[in-house]
Design a protein around this ligand. Structure first.
Ligand SMILES: CC(C)(COP(=O)(O)OP(=O)(O)OC[C@H]1O[C@@H](n2cnc3c(N)ncnc32)[C@H](O)[C@@H]1OP(=O)(O)O)[C@@H](O)C(=O)NCCC(=O)NCCS
Length: 147
């Protein structure tokens, strides 16, 4: 299998939303994805045989790139696809002369945080109560990769 990474389009949103609702307890709405497309953020899908295996959205600032979301279809997790998508985003940010890549991750999302650390991201802060949670709110770890 050699999935390709290509720009996301509106017609992908049904598939993306189905994945999003399986992998996040508090999923983005279709409107959140549509707004990201309209805003011109870097919206990408990973596709194989016309099936979407994963997706990501990254916002480019003058010096920083900010990964807003990243998801891999549950049937395809732990096969290196998340890492492949992150390498793609990092290379894109390097190509735009960004100085760093930033992201937020739920404190309880140890798997994702482990992946980010493996790629060189370091925790640079905590946003208290940033995410909704089943019982109240949950902190976000702010992680940065210096390029
Ligand atoms: C987090 C996520 C993007 C990782 O993508 P993935 O394709 O499953 O992960 P990869 O196969 O690329 O993982 C590479 C390495 O990261 C680490 N890792 C990834 N997911 C992990 C998990 N759930 N538990 C522990 N380690 C994990 C492991 O070291 C893994 O290597 P290994 O499988 O050889 O042990 C994906 O699991 C996902 O979509 N999760 C749900 C949504 C989510 O949490 N998104 C991130 C929001 S910040």
């Amino acid at each position: 299998m050699n999935p390709e990474i290509r720009p996301m389009c509106e017609s992908d949103l049904d598939q993306i939303i189905r994945i999003e609702r399986q992998i996040f307890l508090f999923p983005w709405s279709p409107g959140n994805f549509a707004d990201s497309l309209k805003a011109g953020y870097l919206c990408r899908v990973m596709e194989d045989n016309q099936a979407i295996l994963g997706y990501s959205i990254m916002m480019m600032g003058p010096d920083e790139a900010h990964i807003l979301t990243l998801g891999i279809n549950p049937d395809w997790q732990r096969q290196g696809l998340g890492e492949k998508m992150l390498h793609y985003l990092i290379e894109f940010a390097i190509g735009k002369d960004a100085k760093s890549v930033l992201l937020d991750v739920r404190e309880s999302n140890h798997g994702a945080a482990r992946l980010y650390r493996q790629l060189g991201f370091e925790q640079i802060g905590i946003r208290k109560g940033y995410y909704p949670a089943m019982c109240g709110r949950e902190d976000a770890l702010v992680m940065q990769l210096r390029l």
